[in-house]
Design a protein around this ligand. Structure first.
Ligand code: DX5
Ligand code: ZN
Length: 214
């Protein structure tokens, strides 16, 4: 299992310390949640935090853009250290163009789906994607309850990927812990994001190691 802890739940007074902790843990990627207060009802952070995380790790930076008009900012996210950029299906009227734009900078392109969006909307672009992010909570906040229908959504996505002979990674984000993570692993998820479950645990490094074993 690819484990991508979300720094949304880190201590922003200690970004350097928490990034170094993730760097020396078994985490594969670091998940970076960017929120604009328009697409989602919350504002998180932008380029300065991404740059500061990038300064303290060479792990893959998995950037989740919960913003409208993402095309306007792709270059700056790449310049700030992003390795994977995921945009929301619901925020991109010209999704194919957004995907090609991300790929033109030599980074990996992902598309995120809100809980109400069926995987079938990706039929025509799945072969162009490096990653699909299934939201298992409504985006905007850490610490929410896992929406259990996300498990069958992962299975549907897996079937679509196989039918289309595509190679997109299936990542799931929101309310992931050891229990929901085990269900997702069984359903075919390749990668999981975990924020509060990691950072609120007694020993985040051990929690990450346990998620790795799923
Ligand atoms: C929610 C974010 C998530 C969030 C997950 O909008 O996209 O990445 O950090 O937090 P937990 O793991 O606490 O649900
Ligand atoms: Zn996220």
């Amino acid at each position: 299992m690819i484990v991508s802890p979300s720094i949304l739940s880190c201590d922003f007074g200690n970004v350097e310390r928490d990034t170094k902790m993730l760097h020396s843990s078994e985490a594969d990627w670091l998940h970076i949640d960017v929120m604009d207060g328009v697409f989602v009802p919350n504002i998180s952070f932008g380029f300065p935090i991404l740059k500061s995380v990038n300064k303290h790790t060479d792990k893959v930076l998995d950037v989740h853009l919960m913003i409208v008009n993402p095309d306007n900012y792709i270059k700056e996210f790449v310049d700030s250290g992003a390795d994977i950029i995921t945009v929301h299906y619901e925020a991109c009227p010209h999704l194919h163009r957004s995907i090609q734009l991300i790929k033109s900078y030599g980074v990996k392109a992902g598309v995120a789906l809100n809980p109400h969006t069926p995987v079938s909307v990706l039929e025509e672009v799945i072969q162009d994607l490096d990653l699909v992010l299934i939201m298992s909570v409504n985006p905007g906040f850490g610490g929410q309850k896992f929406i259990s229908s996300s498990v069958s959504k992962v299975k549907k996505l897996k079937t679509l990927i196989q039918q289309k002979n595509a190679s997109a990674i299936i990542e799931v984000d929101g309310g992931v812990n050891l229990k929901t993570g085990a269900e997702l692993s069984q359903a075919g998820a390749d990668a999981i994001v975990a924020g509060s479950y990691v950072f609120k645990s007694e020993d985040p490094s051990i929690t990450i190691s346990n998620l790795k074993k799923l």
